[in-house]
Design a protein around this ligand. Structure first.
Ligand code: NAP
Ligand code: HSE
Length: 436
């Protein structure tokens, strides 16, 4: 007797949607083995039937009419792979209300409307699976929600935006121009429809908010996460970082300090030779510390068609076999329950800093700069000023590069504000965190 196929649908056939269709259509036997029954791609909803697609689909499954999914009782699971907030939110609600379980890769949607969507899914007895929403092909959601559940997570440090890591790697390794590197990330399908979200730290903050919900039970809104992107990064600082024994990474950090949670996203000097410093190209990585397991490191492609589709298809399989429903019910994510931790006041966060000032080469300038640092309780660990400066500074100006001992964010920000106001200091001071 033939085993009945499980019918699924896709909404949105861009980079990720095409990858999901390819895997379902070309790797049907592998999928069947894991799902215990065949999974049949039954309908794919697009906006434009004529647009060229990156995959070959069987006849007649492409449609512009979402009701061909919502009105089909045989389709029980849908991969919703439209980016942005609308119409993604309305379509997600429509799918849930028509009785479908949903799989999504859309972190912006979850970070912005998670409470509404998860509550609605709970009311309707449906599930939402979202492995692909953070770190693409790296299975961090399943690991945090299931495999590490015996632990209190103590910290989580991640390179969560593949586009930013790709751009910085291109600049560092090939001396690529910033705009060309952005264009290449778009061409390769890594970037969001609006790549500003990638390079200004928004995408990483949205993913960090999702991980903070999972790992710490934090009710955190992504706009409340202090964030700096790579859009202001100067290749001069990539060179200095390398000379000092570091590599610059856009790092997303969630760290438990007693009963509050430190959260931020910023370009950070990461010590060469540590696993995070070796993460190149569109790869992502997350270093997690749990109180039982110790440190665990996850690494892999965080963006791109097939790595992301790999996570979506795994969620489709988990949903058809019923695993997603169990996880969704037990995790109680984005529920109205009170947050288990509060966010740390950003100015009290402590760490080492890299600072670069462009100053006039006059007597007393160094004393002024170190005086400001001292008044703000910042101790200098090392200082470099070169007789011959190759930072393309103007005329008699020179670069002053300082590594500090641990200082609070509030003191570091105040010192740089004070130093920037000195008459001998040119605009454009740089300050980045350091992770040893
Ligand atoms: P994309 O290439 O821009 O594809 C989005 C698709 O959605 C497009 O094909 C678009 O149609 C379609 N769409 C938009 N509105 C629609 C509507 N009303 N009805 C039907 N289709 C509609 O984006 P993507 O890279 O695949 O990303 C999809 C989601 O996955 C995003 O939330 C993104 O953040 C997330 N994600 C992406 C990656 C990655 O590496 N790309 C990795 C992880 C997560 P048209 O083709 O007509 O424009
Ligand atoms: N634009 C995202 C990135 C896709 O570059 O990481 C994966 O979420």
């Amino acid at each position: 007797m033939a085993i009945k196929a499980h019918k699924v649908g896709i909404v949105g056939l861009g980079t990720v949607g095409s990858g999901v269709a390819k895997i379902l259509l070309e790797e049907g036997e592998r999928v069947r083995r894991h799902a215990g029954q065949p999974i049949e791609l039954s309908r794919v909803v697009v906006r434009d039937l004529e647009k060229p697609r990156q995959c070959e689909l069987p006849d007649k499954i492409l449609t512009t009419d979402i009701s061909e999914i919502t009105n089909d009782p045989e389709i029980s699971v849908v991969a919703q792979l439209i980016g942005g907030l609308e119409p993604a939110r309305s379509i997600m609600l429509q799918l849930l209300e028509s009785g479908k379980d949903v799989v999504t890769a859309n972190k912006a949607l979850l970070a912005e409307h998670g409470t509404e969507l998860f509550n609605r899914a709970r009311e309707l007895g449906r599930s939402i699976a979202f492995e692909a929403s953070v770190a693409g092909g790296v299975p961090i959601i399943a690991n945090l929600s299931q495999c590490l559940s015996a632990n209190q997570i103590l910290s989580l440090r991640g390179i969560l935006n593949g586009t930013s890591n790709f751009i910085v790697s291109q600049m560092e390794e090939h001396g690529a121009d910033y705009s060309q590197a952005v264009a290449e990330a778009q061409r390769l399908g890594y970037a969001e429809a609006d790549p500003t979200m990638d390079v200004d730290g928004t995408d990483a903050a949205q993913k960090l908010a999702i991980l903070a919900h999972l790992a710490f039970g934090a009710d955190v809104q992504w706009p409340d996460i202090p964030r700096i992107g790579i859009d202001g990064l100067d290749s001069t600082d990539l060179r200095w970082a390398s000379e000092l024994g570091y590599r610059v990474k856009l790092l997303a950090v969630a760290r438990l300090n007693e009963d509050n949670l430190e959260l931020h996203v910023s370009p950070t000097l990461v010590k060469l030779g540590t696993p995070l410093s070796e993460v190149r190209g569109a790869n992502n990585a997350i270093s997690v510390v749990g109180d039982m397991v110790g440190r665990v490191f996850y690494h892999g492609l965080g963006a791109g068609q097939l790595p992301t589709a790999s996570a979506v298809v795994a969620d489709l399989i988990d949903t058809t076999v019923g695993r997603s429903a169990i996880t969704f019910r037990t995790l109680d994510l984005w529920s109205e329950a009170t947050s288990k931790v509060l966010q740390t006041n950003h100015s009290s966060i402590s760490g080492r800093y890299y600072m670069r000032f462009t100053v006039e080469d006059h007597p007393g300038v160094l004393a002024d700069v170190s005086g400001s640092l001292g008044r703000n309780e910042i101790s200098i660990a090392s200082i470099i000023q070169r007789e011959i400066d190759d930072d393309n500074v103007q005329g008699d100006d020179v670069s002053l590069v300082i590594m500090t001992h641990a200082a609070t964010e509030g003191n570091a920000a105040a010192a740089v504000r004070e130093i920037d106001a000195l008459p001998s200091v040119r605009a454009g001071s740089v300050r980045m965190r350091v992770l040893d």
